[in-house]
Design a protein around this ligand. Structure first.
Ligand SMILES: NC(=O)c1ccc[n+]([C@@H]2O[C@H](COP(=O)([O-])OP(=O)(O)OC[C@H]3O[C@@H](n4cnc5c(N)ncnc54)[C@H](O)[C@@H]3O)[C@@H](O)[C@H]2O)c1
Length: 370
């Protein structure tokens, strides 16, 4: 694919997820990695050597005029601080999820980006994947009818069985809602539009959890967040979604997503992936029909698609899809789970958001499909 010009990207945060980005970025010629940085220089050096890149100190990366976008892959607690430093350095920022660990700090970042006239983008971008865009096309075509209800289900025994340093998942800013909620809620907003209100109940069944993964195997970590959350989301459209997000479930057999329309029920695949099997069924049929995605980005990991869309949007002077406004709305919804659980009250959502444009209309999709 030919691009007008490449957009310079600097990466801050060279931990676990950075390799997925560094591999996937190769799919998008619009992105040019200028250098990587981490507050632990040895981690940045190692990652740079692995991918044939240059490692520099964080301040040097922020000062480099070739860097137009900072890809912020630090831990959730550092997202806003690093984001604000990026904006102060006059650069666009695209961050891993969640946008921040509180709505107030996320809003501060969104306001700072707007005031500076800079772009703010945020993961997740999996809603741009082929299966989720195909689900969006189904909803938009009217084939599903009015979506009345549905379920969103994420549950696992916790990340302490695989992540090399899992403590942040249980500290303030962690928990299943802030960790996995972004995938589910973002995809729901992509499909159904903005959330109007949230109700929830939540629990922390273990105040200390053992670590099973190396190198901290055998140690314990404190738990400062709800780890089992059950909520209800009412969308402005009227749709009511029952959501469960949990790190306390040994095993289960629920699907990630079911949507119940007035014409069709739809099984949407895991919103943590770009592809997967999308299925539909009307009341008159016994079997589910598999809807094969005709759209790109359906089979492999394209973590960085949202960043590439933002780079194209900069060049084309159009809105990007994985936007700060979308991430801020999702953050407000996630915080509302906690507030609703603590107060027993329904929480009204205040931030406006528009559904991002379908990717099928984008220059990236056209280029990839050709
Ligand atoms: N691990 C995954 O599978 C996964 C998947 C999807 C999204 N994410 C998200 O990606 C982000 C990073 O997760 P991870 O698993 O790579 O974490 P990690 O702890 O492995 O890596 C984070 C890196 O950021 C660096 N860092 C932290 N604060 C910094 C700061 N202020 N300035 C510079 N560097 C700083 C750390 O030194 C570390 O190397 C999180 O927001 C997480 O939610 C992770």
């Amino acid at each position: 694919m030919s691009v007008e010009r490449r957009v310079g990207v600097g990466i801050i945060g060279c931990g676990n997820i950075s390799s997925q980005y560094l591999k996937a970025i190769r799919n998008f010629p619009v992105l040019e990695i200028i250098a990587v940085a981490d507050m632990r220089p040895e981690i940045a050096d190692k990652k740079a050597a692995e991918f044939g890149l240059k490692a520099v100190p964080v301040d040097a990366l922020l000062a480099d005029p070739k860097v137009e976008i900072i890809l912020n892959l630090t831990i959730p607690r550092a997202h806003v601080e690093v984001g604000l430093r990026t904006i102060a350095a006059g650069k666009h920022v695209y961050a891993e999820k969640p946008l921040g660990i509180t709505f107030a700090e996320g809003k501060k970042l969104a306001d700072a980006a707007k005031a500076a006239g800079l772009r703010l983008g945020s993961a997740p971008d999996t809603f741009l994947g082929g299966a989720h865009q195909e689900a969006r096309a189904l909803v938009d075509s009217g084939a599903v009818g009015d979506v009345v209800g549905g379920t969103a289900f994420f549950a696992c025994p916790g990340h302490e069985r695989w992540h090399p340093d899992p403590a942040f998942y249980y500290d303030v800013g962690g928990g299943p809602v802030l960790d996995m909620g972004p995938y589910y809620i973002t995809d729901l907003v992509n499909l159904l539009g903005p959330v109007a209100r949230v109700q929830a109940m939540a629990a922390t069944p273990q105040l200390e959890r053992p670590i099973y993964s190396e190198p901290r195997k055998g140690q314990t970590m404190p738990v400062k967040v709800f780890t089992h959350v059950a909520g209800l989301l009412q969308f402005k459209s009227g749709a009511i979604i029952q959501a469960t997000l949990s790190f306390d479930v040994p095993a289960h057999a629920h699907l990630p997503f079911e949507l119940y329309g007035s014409t069709l029920s739809v099984l949407v695949p895991d919103p943590n992936n770009f592809g997967g099997e999308l299925k539909t069924r009307p009341a008159t049929e016994k079997d589910w029909t598999v809807v094969t995605s005709k759209l790109p980005y359906a089979d492999t990991s394209y973590r960085s698609l949202g960043l590439a869309d933002m780079a194209h949007a900069i060049l084309e002077n159009r809105p990007h899809r994985a936007s700060g406004d979308l991430a801020l709305h999702v953050l407000e919804v996630m915080e509302a789970f906690e507030t609703a659980a603590k107060t027993g009250q329904s929480v009204e959502i205040t931030t406006p958001v528009e559904r991002p444009a379908p990717l099928s209309q984008s220059v990236i999709a056209r280029a990839a499909a050709s």
